[in-house]
Write a protein that binds this ligand. Structure first.
Ligand code: PLP
Length: 384
């Protein structure tokens, strides 16, 4: 298998993930019991929380919340902040600004808020590299309650400047939510005051599916999104008023948390800079391999993240199927759950063929991919 779909999920997982997950099946429920199996579960939860908080440069690991995935983390952040007193308006009539590259995990919550809670959702261009300038102009005219930014696009690899956008949100006092689904584990990330990072365990971090996180910076408060048992303050019908319990009702996914713990132990935070360099090196290679052929249009900047999209003269679904059938090369075609991004990139409604190598995909593998890609392209073109 030549796996080039790391933007969808990582494959294989980091060494030790499967073993840690099956060991966790012998653990109890972490809900405050004092016997060994329950303590094993509590320990793996707090060790993994601590390790991920450290990776994200957080001082207070209780503000790192476990969720079922990036999607739930983004929902918690969006609905939680717009109901809380961190946003200037409460729930109804709030103003939200986002990029035009958002995944449906952001776009659908914002759309439902627009339809049912009279949120105003302003979408600013992030393709031409001037999102920060547009944001500054927009906030100078009118205050907003939340800014949501797709840090690295899962379609084109566009990366938004954290320093510039952070500075503007701080200046205007607007909470800032980063969707770091594509960048966490692939490059250094540090949580700052007044902002949130939402991501999953199963992509760049090389952990299992079914787990995500929301890291909430100092100065922000959230309203909870779900209500239930926490194993703490059980005498009260209200949720506990402390982090993280207030936001983590229900039995957590302990096997996935244990798996992520193993994935985090397999590298050091200092490796992230190198991973970013290695990814860029692979992107440069793909870019150079496709940029001079008029039948292939590159969708995305030369410098960017994991995902690089191609728009082809031929049917890209047919090409991807051929590469899978004849060479076991795994690629993804279509809209990648991001219709907004494709509208912004001019690739709606057919979408693109997405190549998403990892930092450790070998150059020999990419060489082979490019070779058989052109063979398949020629084969399809001849038949047309
Ligand atoms: C940019 C982005 N945001 C959010 C998500 C949602 O992640 P999940 O499906 O793991 O919850 C994805 C997954 O593809 C993504 O690429």
């Amino acid at each position: 298998l030549l796996y080039l779909d790391h933007s969808a999920t990582s494959l294989p997982k980091a060494l030790g993930v499967g073993e840690a997950m099956s060991k966790a099946l012998t653990f109890g429920n972490p809900g405050r019991s004092g016997y060994g199996a329950a303590l094993d579960a509590s320990r793996v939860m707090s060790d993994t929380r601590c390790a991920l908080a450290e990776l994200l440069g957080m001082e207070d690991d209780s503000r790192l919340l476990w969720t079922s995935g990036a999607t739930e983390a983004l929902n918690l952040a969006i609905f939680g902040i717009l109901k809380s007193d961190s946003g200037a308006h409460s729930h109804s009539g709030a103003r939200v600004i986002s990029t035009n590259l958002e995944h449906n995990a952001v776009a659908r919550p914002l759309e439902i808020g627009r339809q049912t809670k009279a949120w105003r959702w302003d979408i600013l261009d992030a393709v031409a590299g001037e999102f920060a300038e547009h944001l500054e102009q927009s906030l100078a005219l009118e205050k907003a309650d939340l800014v949501v930014v797709n840090h690295v696009s899962n379609v084109s690899g566009h990366r938004q400047s954290q320093a510039a956008i952070r500075g503007i949100c701080l200046k205007y006092g607007v909470p800032l939510l980063w969707d770091v689904s594509q960048s966490v584990g692939c490059e250094p990330l540090v949580l700052h005051r007044g902002e949130m990072l939402a991501g999953g365990a199963h992509k760049g971090l090389r952990g299992p599916m079914g787990l995500g996180f929301l890291a909430v910076g100092e100065g922000l408060n959230l309203e909870p999104f779900k209500f239930g048992g926490t194993g703490s303050a059980s005498e009260s019908l209200d949720l506990p008023n402390f982090w993280p319990d207030r936001y983590e009702s229900g039995t957590p996914n302990v096997p996935a948390i244990a798996g992520l713990g193993a994935a985090l132990a397999s590298f050091s935070p200092a490796d992230l800079g190198l991973r970013q360099t290695e990814l860029q090196h692979r992107r440069d290679f793909l870019w150079d391999s496709f940029s001079s052929d008029s039948r292939v249009q590159l969708i995305g900047p030369r410098e960017g993240g994991t995902a690089l999209s191609l728009k082809l003269e031929v049917d890209s679904g047919r090409l991807a199927q051929l590469l899978w059938d004849q060479h076991e090369i795994a690629l993804r075609v279509g809209l990648h759950c991001s219709p907004l991004a494709h509208q912004s990139l001019g690739t709606f409604a057919h979408g693109t063929l997405r190549c998403a190598p990892a930092y450790d995909t070998t150059m020999a593998e990419l060489d082979k991919f490019v070779l058989v890609f052109y063979e398949a392209l020629n084969q399809i073109a001849r038949k047309n």
